[in-house]
Design a binder for this molecule. Structure first.
Ligand code: SAM
Length: 281
């Protein structure tokens, strides 16, 4: 018998992925966590039944939430990732030798534990062996309140604005992030699908624009996310992702990236009209 995992992207549309077996299924105090083996996307993590990461396409999301900010900020040293318990964002950050410390604040220890156990290609840097990485199991909302003027870059690598992540899309949260950033800091927040989530995006960008002077949406193609058309909010106190982009540093980077490159960095900020209109008041 064939086993198919289906995620509904709207009431009438979804994605269905052929699976071969379940590697883990359990509940934490925050959510249901499943890790399944699929025939075409490798291992896949689900939280409350929604696709979080797959081995085959996670490189796109993790390269694109990390590298645009790190090649725009001239001297990033200390980074905070809120969420990101699969470890993929931390793995990409560690490819930048100039980073002195990356802090991961993930609310659910089960996600970290099972990512280390079943998704080692993503969790390679959060297994406790990297002195440049510090793990916190905490609500990002609580953690951020206790830190002022401390980080060069903060990545909000959270689940969708439901459940434990709902507070991570509010203006009050972005104010706290602004305070936790240094005076030339950058925040990147995953900002859902321009194709399916126009109203959610309007709210996200209204809330971010109320706090940050520079806010630009950029896009990435992520096949297992709703519509495949995904977005991120580049939110900055001082540096602009195009005019302050350090092209030479990106070209001479000493690591291979399968999605991000110095041309795509610029192209990702060129948006289809409807995506631009989603976030125009
Ligand atoms: N790439 C995925 C996406 O775009 O939906 C995100 C993957 S990562 C697994 C999302 C993580 O955010 C989850 O592990 C979840 O536990 C964590 N999370 C949700 N709310 C949080 C909060 N308030 N504080 C810290 N982590 C949170």
């Amino acid at each position: 018998m064939d086993l198919w995992y289906t995620e509904k992207h709207s009431d009438n549309v979804g994605i269905t992925i052929k699976t071969s077996k379940s590697l883990f299924s359990g509940n934490s105090e925050f959510q249901q966590l499943d890790i399944v083996e699929t025939l075409e996307f490798g291992r896949m993590m689900l939280l409350d039944g929604l696709v979080m990461v797959t081995e085959r396409d996670e490189f796109i999301y993790h390269e694109m939430i990390v590298h645009p900010a790190l090649f725009t900020h001239p001297r990033p040293k200390k980074i905070l990732v809120i969420g990101g318990g699969d470890g993929g964002s931390i793995r990409e950050i560690m490819k930048h030798p100039e980073i002195e410390l990356a802090v991961l604040c993930e609310i659910d220890s089960l996600v970290i534990e099972k990512s280390i156990e079943f998704l080692p290609s993503m969790a390679s840097e959060i297994d406790g062996n990297n002195p440049r990485v510090k793990l916190h199991v905490d609500d990002g909302l609580a953690y951020i309140r206790a830190h002022q003027n401390e980080f060069d870059i903060i990545l909000v690598d959270s689940t969708d604005p439901i459940g434990p992540a709902v507070g991570l899309f509010e203006e009050s949260f972005y104010q706290l992030v602004f305070s936790a950033l240094k005076d030339d800091g950058i925040m990147i927040a995953q900002s859902e699908s321009p194709f399916y989530h126009a109203e959610i995006q309007k709210n996200i960008y209204r809330n971010i624009r109320a706090v940050f002077p520079i806010v630009e949406m950029y896009q990435a193609f992520i096949p297992t996310y709703p519509s495949g058309f995904w977005s991120f909010a580049f939110s900055s106190k001082k540096y602009h992702p195009i005019t302050d982009f350090d092209h030479d540093r990106a070209v001479t980077r000493d690591f291979h990236s399968r999605y991000y490159n110095e041309n795509l960095h610029l192209g990702a900020f060129m948006l289809p009209t409807f995506a631009r209109e989603n976030i125009t008041e």
